[in-house]
Design a protein around this ligand. Structure first.
Ligand code: BTN
Length: 339
């Protein structure tokens, strides 16, 4: 039975996005009220009203008589119009639905598809009450300094290897974030954890609906710790998790990071599900892998294998060499560094 949810959706205001596009693409110069009023097709007092609303949302807008407006500061917290502006500015046309609070962005993406919304679209939230992790685990989602998002696609194509898609998404995400955080080396722990300096800062969860071998929906979710302080995390995570700010000392815009992620996920989908990445997964993975050459223990419902991680196959399976020299392909399960 369908459950009715009343999570608040903050839709972006197209006029506000148009104002941001004009002002942020021209950050050092003033744009006159009459130019904004002709772009929007509304009166100058209406433009003023829109700018006041942006001020209420944390934008610092300078206004000078006879010159016009320019934006001096943008909010670092999630903001529906800024998120849309930033994704569009990257050439990514995936619409974003922003929910300040939600149970799980993956669950909301599923619900939106069941209500008839067509993919691709992104669900973004600042707080999840039932964030889901891999293998039925919970995902700590209580910090408004982090971002929780899911991108939903409707491939309607024969089911391709989903594991490779998650790995490609991790690769594109790491490459995009590494440009913003050059001081720390970002890594991926097979199959779905983003790591840095031995601590996890993001987790990915891919869920799909497949019927008669056709992939109807593909929902890729990621939770990423951005500006949160690891000391505020629940006890078991304090020592194992980190955030981008803790790693770099820089406070990031949640909108910029979220837009980068959506863009990277779009690339992963276009290249690995719709087309061909044009590079080998094993080769792209190798410089980013946190496990290569390490002693590991891989456990699944069926078995446990101890050995040295030595790369991945093109399918995305992890390769482990055991003490006898035999190589095992691990397709699913949990991998830990051996003590
Ligand atoms: C893991 O490391 O176990 C995967 C964690 C995935 C968490 C993200 S947060 C956004 C999306 N919504 C969820 O409920 N889970 C994923």
């Amino acid at each position: 039975m369908n459950q009715i949810h009343d999570y608040k959706l903050i839709a972006s205001d197209p006029d506000a996005v148009a104002i941001l596009s004009k002002l942020l693409n021209n950050p050092d110069n003033f744009t006159s009220g009459s130019e904004l009023s002709s772009i929007l097709g509304v009166s100058r007092p209406a433009v003023w009203g829109k700018l006041e609303k942006l001020r209420d949302q944390g934008f610092k807008v300078e206004a000078l008589r006879n010159r016009g407006y320019r934006i001096l500061e943008k909010p670092l917290q999630h903001n529906a119009q800024l998120l849309e502006y930033e994704t569009l500015a990257k050439g990514c046309a995936i619409p974003c639905l922003y929910f300040p609070e939600i149970d799980s962005t993956n669950s909301e993406a599923e619900r939106q598809i069941s209500y008839g919304r067509k993919g691709p679209f992104a669900i973004v939230s600042s707080h999840q009450s039932k964030g889901r992790g891999r293998l039925g685990r919970d995902w700590f989602s209580a910090s408004k300094e982090n971002s929780y998002l899911s991108v939903a696609f409707e491939p309607n194509l024969p089911a391709k290897d989903l594991q490779a898609f998650t790995l490609w998404a991790g690769i594109y995400i790491c490459r995009a974030l590494q440009k913003l955080i050059p001081q720390a080396s970002l890594q991926i722990k097979w199959p779905n954890d983003l790591f840095c300096q031995g601590r996890k800062f993001a987790g990915m969860l891919t869920e799909a609906k497949i019927d008669a071998d056709c992939m109807r929906s593909l929902i890729f979710g990621i939770g990423i710790n951005i500006n949160s302080n690891p000391q505020s995390y629940p006890d078991p995570l304090k020592k194992t998790a980190t955030s981008l700010q803790a790693l770099s000392g820089t406070e990031y815009s949640l909108n910029t990071i979220t837009a980068e992620l959506i863009h990277a996920i779009e690339h992963a989908y276009e290249y690995s599900i719709l087309g061909n990445p044009g590079e080998s997964l094993a080769k792209a993975w190798s410089p980013l892998s946190s496990l290569c050459g390490q002693s590991v223990n891989a456990t699944s419902a069926q078995s446990s294998i101890r050995g040295t991680a030595c790369g991945i196959e093109e399918s995305g399976a992890l390769l482990i060499k055991d003490a006898t020299g035999a190589i095992h392909s691990i397709h699913a399960g949990d991998v830990q560094l051996s003590k």
